[in-house]
Design a protein around this ligand. Structure first.
Ligand SMILES: NC(=O)c1ccc[n+]([C@@H]2O[C@H](COP(=O)([O-])OP(=O)(O)OC[C@H]3O[C@@H](n4cnc5c(N)ncnc54)[C@H](O)[C@@H]3O)[C@@H](O)[C@H]2O)c1
Ligand SMILES: [Zn+2]
Length: 351
């Protein structure tokens, strides 16, 4: 078991990679904790939960709404929760986001922590203290910055994770490597077969490295005013693609990263050989590098993204594998890049 710490403005957060859900008693007062979890995680793991009341929620992005948070607030009230109650989210990114937001707002804020059960939430969503819900179909429009007291990444719980969810996580793992760690990039190239076979040691090393990269970026910029924007690598296009087609987040991020790397190479920032290495890595982790899409619709969807400010996009480019920078681009320049990009004719590809 290995620990990573983040010092937040409002409190510290410890992430334990390789810890087991069975050891929860070390981290919580069981008599004063309430659990939030989704129906699938409850079905698989209820027997391993600590002995506390459980608030069950449905699964899926559509439940990440204020209605679900209200359901949790009301249950907390019914269960007699007060300012000393601890809220424990056990689940993937959706459970963690909702639990964090419900805890940050109930009685002006109670303490919370996570047992993270998907690869995406272990490597990305549960680290960093951003807790959000969706509004009118716009992702994470309402939310708070509040660090969980702890995050437990029990890698044995990934055994039951559907393959598609594992691939979603790989996209974010590749993202962290591409923007900030050449050594993790090489690790992913070298250990691909072990990782895809869910070899426990390889998985744990990969997750630990990935969380460490994110933690370092978050530590440098907790409230996303600069450095942290690099975590949006591949996401400008990804969010646009998800608005116009029904593809999973990881696949959209994969294509978005290839797009951003292509732009970086066209601007002379990234060597052609590095661009090809990124494509190959994405492809080798069973993620797509291309898609058939309507460019006009994509340009429109990107222009409507909430992360834009006054018609400018903070676009993340690669300077090399493991190094990135933020380049402001106006809408017209960005639309031209989309028009110039060949979405259907890159290395490999699956969609
Ligand atoms: N707060 C952040 O910084 C941040 C960062 C990235 C993503 N996110 C958010 O994370 C969410 C996506 O998270 P996710 O990909 O973990 O999806 P998820 O929480 O929907 O989980 C995916 C599916 O797997 C099931 N599941 C979870 N753990 C399981 C297990 N161990 N075995 C079997 N099934 C399991 C869930 O019930 C669900 O059906 C999005 O809403 C996104 O906005 C937040
Ligand atoms: Zn993402």
């Amino acid at each position: 078991m290995r620990k990573i710490s983040i010092k937040g403005k409002k409190g510290n957060s410890n992430i334990f990679v390789g810890e087991k859900i069975g050891n929860m008693d070390k981290y919580i007062d069981v008599s004063n904790t309430i659990i939030v979890s989704d129906k699938n995680v409850i079905r698989y793991y209820k027997k391993r939960f600590p002995d506390c009341p459980v608030i069950e929620i449905e699964d899926g992005e559509s439940i990440k709404t204020v209605a679900t948070v209200e359901h949790i607030w009301k249950k907390l009230l019914e269960l007699g929760a007060d300012r000393s109650t601890f809220l424990l989210g056990i689940g993937g990114g959706i459970v963690c986001d909702i639990t964090g937001f419900a805890a940050s707002t109930y009685m002006r804020g109670i303490s919370f922590g996570f047992v993270s059960t998907t690869l995406l939430s272990q490597t990305d969503a549960s680290t960093g203290g951003k807790n959000g819900i969706n509004l009118n179909g716009y992702k994470n429009m309402i939310g708070a910055f509040d660090q969980p007291e702890f995050v437990i990444c029990d890698t044995t719980m990934l055994k039951t994770l559907p393959k598609a969810e594992l691939y979603n996580g790989f996209a974010e793992v590749i993202k962290h490597a591409a923007i900030a760690s050449k050594s993790q990039f090489i690790f992913l190239e070298k250990h691909r077969n072990d990782i895809l076979d869910k070899n426990p040691e390889a998985l744990e090393d990969m997750i630990f490295n990935s969380v460490s990269i994110k933690a370092k970026i978050v530590q440098a910029d907790e409230f996303e005013t600069g450095e942290r924007k690099k975590l949006n690598f591949g996401h400008t296009i990804a969010h646009g693609l998800q608005k116009i087609s029904n593809i999973p987040h990881g696949e959209a991020v994969a294509i978005g990263m290839v797009f951003a790397a292509d732009m970086s190479r066209k601007r002379g920032l990234l060597y052609e050989s590095e661009f090809r290495r990124l494509n190959r890595l994405v492809y080798n982790y069973n993620l797509p590098t291309s898609i058939k899409c309507n460019k006009e619709k994509l340009i429109d969807a990107v222009a409507k993204d909430k992360k834009q400010h006054s018609g400018t996009i903070d676009f993340v480019m690669l300077n090399s594998l493991g190094k990135s920078s933020i380049v402001p681009l106006d809408n017209a320049a960005f639309a031209k890049c989309i028009n110039d990009f060949d979405f259907s004719n890159l290395f490999g590809g699956r969609l």
